[in-house]
Design a protein around this ligand. Structure first.
Ligand SMILES: O=C(O)CCC(=O)C(=O)O
Ligand SMILES: [Fe+2]
Length: 350
């Protein structure tokens, strides 16, 4: 066992009962979390965007703030997003009810095919890293809702209605935020919306810490999302951590706000001006946690290279042109760290 892993092990035991335990990270790209006794209550400063400002005379100021947050932080929180509080609460309640169902009800949705329209992924043991990854997630397509609804669980009975309503509301936020992001890059307002296909939802459920024969229990390991943007709704239990200035910071829940992450595809379109956010979720030893991630992705044939307007002598193209289909296929074909997925599309890697 490497010294780093040994260090993780002993730190993990020291922190086992800690509330909202955090991880420090010596090398953010190594994807192997190093546990240490950093300030466990610290909440990094989350840029907050008021979405109402996008609708009025403060629009250009709000767009500037969004651009700055994408460039400097890779994420921001959005308040006044227009998703009714009741729809959020219904979605979270439904998610909890689904994950409290007996195994046989939930496991019907288990599938190893990453392209299936719905699939349940259970917690698993990564023995190569001595890590137990405790997240269970139900992942499904949801745009347009009517096309996919029939594939969703009918138990709990409220599932289709509550999830459908949430997905339709989130779609409006997606479109509006992507318009603002396009403008923040000085591109036409619909530059990104024109290639947007839909979103794919992952209902993430993290049981309160479980016993595992492995040494480290992690909610979700460090990764970037293969998306344009991800819109994340968290319940009131902290767990999300992001890399900021090479350090892990907590992004604690803000009531009724969603968190927007820059994803890989936006990193490519922006010619590496906006960087895909490295993030992870930690487990909480006292409470279960639920988060709802909406992954916005483009249509298969959409060309994803850097926007031509963002390429010049000072900013040469960091990536070749490629389709979303090529990117998606390479994700499953080539085993590499998620933060390196886009390297395959650099001009020199023919
Ligand atoms: O639960 C969280 O806070 C993060 C979830 C996540 O990163 C994902 O679903 O891709
Ligand atoms: Fe993620």
């Amino acid at each position: 066992m490497s010294p780093t892993l040994l260090q993780e092990v002993s730190d993990h035991h020291a922190l086992a009962g800690a509330k909202n335990a955090s991880y420090a990270h010596s090398d953010p790209l190594s994807e192997i979390p190093t546990l240490s006794g950093v300030d466990i209550s610290a909440d990094g400063s989350t840029p907050i965007i008021d979405m109402e400002a996008l609708l009025g005379p403060r629009r250009s100021e709000a767009i500037k703030q969004i651009g700055l947050a994408c460039e400097k932080n890779g994420f921001f929180a959005v308040k006044n997003h227009g998703i009714p509080e009741m729809k959020i609460n219904n979605m979270l309640d439904t998610a909890r009810e689904f994950f409290h169902l007996p195994d046989e009800e939930r496991l019907k949705f288990r599938s190893a095919d990453p392209d299936s329209v719905i699939r349940l992924v259970t917690g698993f043991q990564d023995k190569t890293r001595n890590v137990f990854v405790s997240r269970q997630s139900l992942k499904f397509h949801c745009h347009p809702v009517e096309e996919y609804k029939g594939h969703w669980p009918s138990n709990p009975p409220s599932f289709r209605e509550n999830v459908g309503e949430y997905c339709e509301s989130v779609r409006k936020v997606e479109v509006a935020i992507l318009e603002a992001i396009s403008e923040s890059l000085d591109l036409e307002r619909d530059y990104i919306d024109k290639i947007l296909k839909g979103h794919y939802v992952s209902i993430n459920y993290y049981p309160a810490c479980q016993e595992s024969e492995l040494d480290v229990t992690h909610g979700v390991r460090t990764h970037t999302d293969p998306t344009l943007i991800t819109i994340l709704m968290q319940d009131d239990v902290p767990g999300l951590q992001v890399i900021n200035d090479d350090k892990w910071i907590n992004v604690n829940p803000i009531p009724n706000a969603v968190v927007v992450h820059v994803g890989d595809i936006l990193q490519a379109i922006s010619n590496y001006r906006y960087k895909s956010l490295l993030h992870q979720a930690i487990v909480n030893c006292e409470k279960e946690r639920v988060s709802i991630a909406s992954y916005c992705y483009p249509s298969d044939d959409a060309m994803i290279g850097p926007a031509k307007k963002l390429i010049d002598e000072v900013h040469p193209a960091i990536y070749k042109d490629f389709t979303y289909r090529e990117f998606h296929e390479s994700m499953w074909r080539v085993k590499c760290s998620t933060a390196k997925r886009l390297d395959l599309f650099k001009p020199s890697s023919d």
